[in-house]
Design a protein around this ligand. Structure first.
Ligand code: AMP
Length: 167
């Protein structure tokens, strides 16, 4: 039920926010993503939505192409194992159950879009570095996710110039 002192468009906005049913939080597993997760979690709680978390591991072959003439599979396995354990701890700290955690390989932007579509998400939440100037308004991944997403995207400002929520 919407508060009676809201005008029609505020009531409509409040209803639209409450319409989010499935929220996908994209995390790079850096320190900064805790702030983004706190926002996504608060939004999921207030709209009674299901919160999912995705982390994308970029294959070393994508980062370095064919430039390194050696077998990278052992290193890749170690990166995967570390990411799995880090994602499990991170998701557990926000009460996100195992079936709502997605650990995938590929390019972050396209994998985030793919999971959002496959899992019928209606909102993607990413972090964005608030630098100065229009061109630097969004970080590269946040920018890539925004363009081509088939649902809403919320970019939460992160970075050293953003005060902590509890400060
Ligand atoms: P960037 O533009 O790379 O600074 O990243 C901005 C945001 O994109 C992060 O705060 C995350 O929300 C998301 N992101 C970046 N890399 C990844 C990744 N590997 N997996 C999932 N999300 C990511």
């Amino acid at each position: 039920m919407v508060a009676p002192n809201l005008c029609w468009w505020q009531a409509r906005e409040a209803k639209d926010m409450a319409d989010y049913r499935r929220i996908l939080l994209a995390v790079d597993l850096t320190e900064e993503c805790r702030r983004v997760a706190t926002r996504a979690n608060a939004l999921a709680t207030s709209s009674a939505a299901e919160l999912h978390i995705v982390h994308v591991i970029e294959p070393l072959s994508l980062a370095y192409g064919g430039d390194i003439p050696m077998d990278l599979s052992t290193v890749q396995d170690q990166i995967h194992e570390q990411a799995r354990s880090h994602l499990a701890d991170f998701a557990a700290s926000f009460g996100v159950p195992e079936e709502q955690r997605h650990l995938v390989f590929g390019r972050p932007e396209s994998e985030i879009h793919r999971i959002a579509e496959d899992e019928s998400m209606d909102l993607i939440v990413v972090g964005s570095h608030g630098r100065h100037g229009l061109a630097l308004l969004l970080g590269s991944t946040a920018n890539g996710v925004l363009h081509g997403a088939s649902c809403d995207v919320l970019a939460v400002r992160v970075g050293r110039d953003v005060p902590d929520d509890d400060s």
